[in-house]
Design a protein around this ligand. Structure first.
Ligand SMILES: C[S@@+](CC[C@H](N)C(=O)[O-])C[C@H]1O[C@@H](n2cnc3c(N)ncnc32)[C@H](O)[C@@H]1O
Length: 280
C-alpha cells in the first residue's frame, strides 16, 4: 500500500476516533482492511484505501474504522479491578447511596461485552439486588459490530474459558449447541449503545463509576485529556474511574486521584460543576 495513503488514513482515523495507529504497521493495516475491501467489492486493501480517500463514503469509512479497532477482551480481565470494585468501591457507594438505593455504572469501551457481563455477575453476587437496589449498567463502544455481539450475549467455548470458572459458567450461561448464552437477568441490567468517546456524552447522565479500560492506551495525550474531561463530567462528585493497569489518568489531567494501594482505581477530585468541557 502507498505510504502517503497510509499516512492520510492514519491521520483521518485519529480525527474520527482518537486512535493513533503507527503508520509503519502496514501489514496490520492491510490485513484488517482486506475483509472490508472484499465486502465493498475490491480485490485488495490498497484499492479500498484509494477509493476511501478519494470518495470518502461514510459506510465504507465506518467499516474501515471498525476493522482498525483492537477489540480483544475477556471475562474478569486482570481480576483485580473487579475484586477492588467489589471490595473497595461498592461498599462505599452502598453507604453513600443508601437513601436512593440507585447505582449507575458506565463501561465506555466495552468491546464484545465481557467486561460489563463480568460486572453484572459480580453485582448479582452482592446482596444489593436482593435488597431492592436499582442498578443500571450502560455499555458502549465505538464498534457497532462489537456492540451487536455484546447485546446478543452469545459466546464461544474459547471465549467463556477466558476468565470464567465453571461455577459462574453454569450459574450465568445457558448452553446453545457449542456456544454459551448469557442469562437474561444479566442482559436486562444493561443498556447497550454504539458511542464514540470523542462525542458529547451528555445522554449518559450522571454515573457513579466509569470503567474505561484498555482504550486510553490507543490515544495520544491531548485526546486522553479530552476523553478524561468528558468522563469526569459524567461522574458524580464522589464517583470512581477504573482504568487499565497501564493507563494513568492522574498523569494526564489534574482531576483524578489514584487511590493508594489500588491499581487502576481513581477518585474524581474536581466537582462536576467546576468542569468546563473543552478545557482539555
Ligand atoms: C482492547 S478493547 C478493551 C475492551 C475492554 N474495555 C477490556 O478492557 O477488556 C478496546 C476497545 O476500545 C474501543 N474504542 C477505541 N476507540 C474508541 C472510541 N473513540 N470510542 C469508544 N470506543 C473506542 C474499541 O472499539 C475496542 O472495543
Amino acid at each position: 500500500m502507498n505510504p502517503a495513503d497510509i499516512a492520510l488514513l492514519v491521520e483521518l482515523l485519529k480525527r474520527r476516533t482518537g486512535i493513533a495507529l503507527n503508520p509503519a504497521k502496514t501489514h496490520l493495516i492491510e490485513s484488517r482492511l482486506t475483509p472490508v475491501a472484499r465486502q465493498f467489492g475490491f480485490r485488495k486493501a490498497d484499492a479500498l484505501l484509494r477509493d476511501l480517500l478519494r470518495h470518502g463514503r461514510e459506510a465504507m469509512w465506518r467499516a474501515a474504522t471498525e476493522a482498525l479497532t483492537t477489540n480483544d477482551t475477556w471475562f474478569f480481565r486482570d481480576r483485580a479491578p473487579f475484586e477492588q470494585f467489589r471490595d473497595a468501591v461498592l461498599p462505599v457507594l452502598a453507604l453513600r447511596r443508601a437513601a436512593t438505593r440507585k447505582l449507575r455504572i458506565w463501561c465506555c469501551a466495552v468491546s464484545t461485552g465481557q467486561e460489563v457481563y463480568s460486572l453484572a455477575m459480580l453485582l448479582q453476587e452482592t446482596p444489593l439486588l436482593a435488597e431492592g437496589w436499582d442498578i443500571e449498567l450502560i455499555a458502549t463502544d465505538l464498534n457497532s459490530q462489537s456492540i451487536a455481539r455484546a447485546r446478543e450475549g452469545l459466546y464461544t467455548s474459547y471465549e467463556v474459558q477466558r476468565g470464567l470458572g465453571i461455577r459462574r459458567l453454569i450459574t450465568y450461561f445457558n448452553q446453545e449447541g457449542d456456544k454459551w448464552r448469557i442469562a437474561g437477568r444479566l442482559g436486562r441490567m444493561i443498556q447497550f449503545r454504539t458511542f464514540n468517546l470523542l462525542d458529547d456524552a451528555g445522554w449518559v447522565g450522571t454515573v457513579d463509576a466509569v470503567f474505561c479500560r484498555n482504550v486510553l492506551i490507543y490515544f495520544e495525550e491531548p485526546v486522553k485529556a479530552r476523553v478524561l474531561d468528558r468522563l469526569a463530567g459524567t461522574l458524580a462528585e464522589d464517583g470512581y474511574l477504573i482504568t487499565g493497569n497501564a493507563e494513568m489518568p492522574d498523569k494526564v489531567v489534574p482531576f483524578f486521584e489514584a487511590l493508594p494501594g489500588r491499581r487502576g482505581l481513581y477518585a474524581v477530585t474536581r466537582p462536576a460543576f467546576m468542569l468546563v468541557s473543552g478545557t482539555y
